[in-house]
Design a binder for this molecule. Structure first.
Ligand code: GUN
Length: 295
């Protein structure tokens, strides 16, 4: 089987067009959705993610307050900036780009963000709300994966999903969302990780594989059942001297061989990445509406 490639770029564009209209309507009511962005240090990948997120905001009409702080910023100063944004009515969402430098406790920072402005969905209150099926800000990558499957008309109900990776940002929440009772969830979910005894035996059972381990090309064709759906969340930088930047992006899935076996596959770049960024915009608009009592 030769897989259909799911374009995260195309699906994202559809959602962004919808969001742009919503933002226009909010602006007519005098409401400008705003995102506070904080990046500590100068990790090149983080820098490019943050720049892309701010460009996305501009594209749909969201105001962004850019804060790039030196690597040496103290935890106290970072917490003080978060608190200032918690109290700033122009800011409806706060994004502290992860990872933060080692001398800063990331849990402390994430816990300091008001749950009502937590557009990343990382605060334990939002995680708890999500897990118990209550209204919450959903984390952007997991929500992007679900939205992608939904808009592609790919059912998850009753399907066997194998998630590879147990991070707090992707593996655990995407498994939890797919476990929910909703129409676009209701799956039988297995989470695999470095302690899994026989990964291949697990992935071969899957109707849907979600690869989120952060290991370049780890999912090979012999680990995939004929006709499975393969969602690649990996974003790995591989050295490549033929590129101007000196690197190329590669996913957790060996795309060229797996696409011969899967029914659907997401590419890297242009798959889950743009969906993540789009769901962030969705959460900011949702927050701006909530803060202003707009339905
Ligand atoms: N680092 C990697 N992914 C993310 C994300 O979705 N949000 C934030 N804040 N940091 C990240």
């Amino acid at each position: 089987m030769l897989a259909e490639i799911i374009s995260g770029n195309e699906i994202s564009q559809d959602i962004r067009t919808e969001l742009k209209l919503e933002v226009q309507k909010l602006k007519e009511k005098g409401i400008v959705p705003g995102l506070g962005v904080i990046l500590v240090g100068d990790d090149p990948a983080s820098r490019s993610y943050v720049t892309a997120k701010e460009r996305d905001c501009e594209e749909v009409g969201i105001y962004s307050d850019d804060n790039r702080l030196p690597e040496t910023t103290s935890e106290a100063d970072l917490l003080a900036l978060v608190e200032k944004m918690n109290n700033d009515p122009k800011i409806h969402g706060i994004l502290v780009q992860l990872p933060v430098p080692k001398h800063i406790d990331s849990d402390k920072v994430l816990n300091a963000i008001s749950p009502e402005k937590d557009v990343d969905g990382f605060h334990p209150i939002n995680v708890g709300r999500m897990v118990t099926g209550q209204e919450a800000f959903l984390p952007c990558t997991p929500n992007g994966v679900l939205e992608m499957l939904k808009r592609k008309g790919l059912e998850t109900s009753g399907k066997k999903v194998v998630v590879v990776g147990r991070s707090n940002i992707v593996g655990k929440p995407v498994a939890n969302l797919l476990l929910g009772r909703g129409k676009n969830a209701n799956a039988t979910v297995t989470i695999c990780h470095t302690g899994t005894a026989d990964l291949k035996a697990e992935t071969l059972q899957a109707d849907i594989i979600i690869a989120a381990a952060g290991q370049p090309n780890m999912i090979k064709a012999d680990m995939v059942r004929e006709g499975a759906i393969v969602i690649d969340v990996g974003v790995n930088r591989i050295e490549d001297s033929s590129k101007k930047s000196g690197f190329r992006l590669c996913g957790d899935v060996e795309f060229d061989t797996v696409k011969e076996k899967a029914s659907y596959i997401t590419p890297v770049p242009g798959g889950v990445g743009p969906m993540t960024r789009t769901m962030l915009l969705f959460n900011i608009v949702k927050s701006a509406k909530k803060h202003n009592g707009v339905k």
